[in-house]
Design a protein around this ligand. Structure first.
Ligand SMILES: [Zn+2]
Length: 341
């Protein structure tokens, strides 16, 4: 029987101190070569076990094998110059990042995430989710010296994402999620070409498809930005209607401790909704009661069978022990909600 309130996390988890620097969005690896490759898998195994022990329904690799959710994919793309990174303002200038330059037509050099995807499949019997950056967010996290047009470049990346996504499906991944925080920044472009590029990336997939649209990791630049957004965050209103008409089946959104009006979830009719019930910008661990209450608020706008309690965003830059406690809160809160609603 299908259990309601299946739990999962948005994607990333903190890397242990023996794998990389901690509490950083772009951490440096501790080691290299075969030793690094082994350390990545060891960390993946640890987080698979931790997610299962916490009681989560859907398991991910915690993105332990990639330095950053966008650049991890780009490292296997031909046409990109990683040697000469430049500093640019990303997410409409919200914060500065060192990004690689696109110098030619992009093609995939090899499989990107095959090793960790098959490793994940081999080590859990739960349904598994795997994340990829969305085309629009990739475009926003590189410096273009070749295409001269963001939409055109997004479709070029969408083709590569589609190749990798089809291969991930063949590896046994059940849910492929594209991360598109840029949808909340470039509202018009998201509806005009962001969603079509996303659909190109998901073309031909028969596994479950998902998109994650958030207000970013819990880093200072994002917290400062959120303070400028006012009492009602209505960004989702611009992109949800287009997403509702798309073939993408699940939408992951930020909710708990945000100023997102919950009624905006009604714009996602027919979709499964991964509702953010865990705050990734605070080290304070939610109680199961708080999580169940948040699920209750979302239930007014999302039917029970389509509501997936989730984290607001990735937990990568957090303290490892806090993240673990938050996984437990998520699972316990969902269990409480099953009895209550
Ligand atoms: Zn996010």
């Amino acid at each position: 029987m299908h259990q309601n309130f299946q739990t999962c996390i948005a994607g990333s988890l903190p890397k242990p101190a023996w794998l990389s620097e901690t509490n950083k969005l772009w951490p440096q690896w501790r080691t290299q070569g075969v030793e690094l490759a082994q350390a990545k898998l060891d960390a993946t195994l640890m987080w698979i076990k931790a997610q299962e022990d916490a009681g989560l329904s859907i398991i991910g690799d915690g993105e332990q094998s990639r330095q950053h959710f966008v650049h991890g994919f780009l490292e296997q793309v031909e046409g990109i110059d990683f040697e000469h990174k430049v500093t640019v303002g990303i997410r409409d200038g919200r914060y500065e990042a060192q990004v690689p330059q696109v110098k030619g037509a992009v093609t995939l050099r090899s499989r990107v995430h095959g090793i960790e995807a098959r490793f994940l499949r081999a080590h859990t019997k739960h349904p598994i989710k795997f994340t990829l950056p969305g085309p629009m967010t990739i475009v926003d996290t590189v410096a273009d010296r070749f295409y001269g047009d963001r939409e055109k470049m997004a479709f070029a990346f969408a083709e590569l994402l589609n190749q990798e996504a089809l291969a991930l499906q063949a590896d046994g991944i059940d849910i492929i999620q594209f991360d598109e925080p840029a949808f909340n920044v470039y509202l018009k472009d998201a509806a005009n070409w962001g969603v079509p590029a996303l659909e190109r990336a998901a073309q031909g997939l028969t596994c479950t498809t998902a998109v994650h649209v958030c207000y970013g990791y819990g880093i200072k630049a994002n917290l400062d930005w959120k303070r400028t957004l006012g009492d009602e965050w209505r960004q989702y209103e611009k992109v949800f209607p287009t997403l509702a008409r798309s073939r993408i089946q699940q939408v992951s959104l930020e909710f708990y401790h945000s100023h997102v009006p919950p009624e905006l979830m009604t714009l996602l009719q027919g979709k499964e909704v991964m509702v953010g019930v865990i705050d990734v910008a605070s080290a304070t661990v939610e109680t199961p009661e708080e999580v169940a209450d948040t699920i209750g608020r979302a239930l007014q706008f999302v039917p029970k069978a389509r509501l997936y309690p989730c984290s607001n965003c990735g937990l990568a830059p957090m303290d490892r022990h806090v993240a673990l406690q938050k996984l437990l809160a998520l699972a316990h809160g969902a269990a409480l909600a099953r009895g209550r609603y």
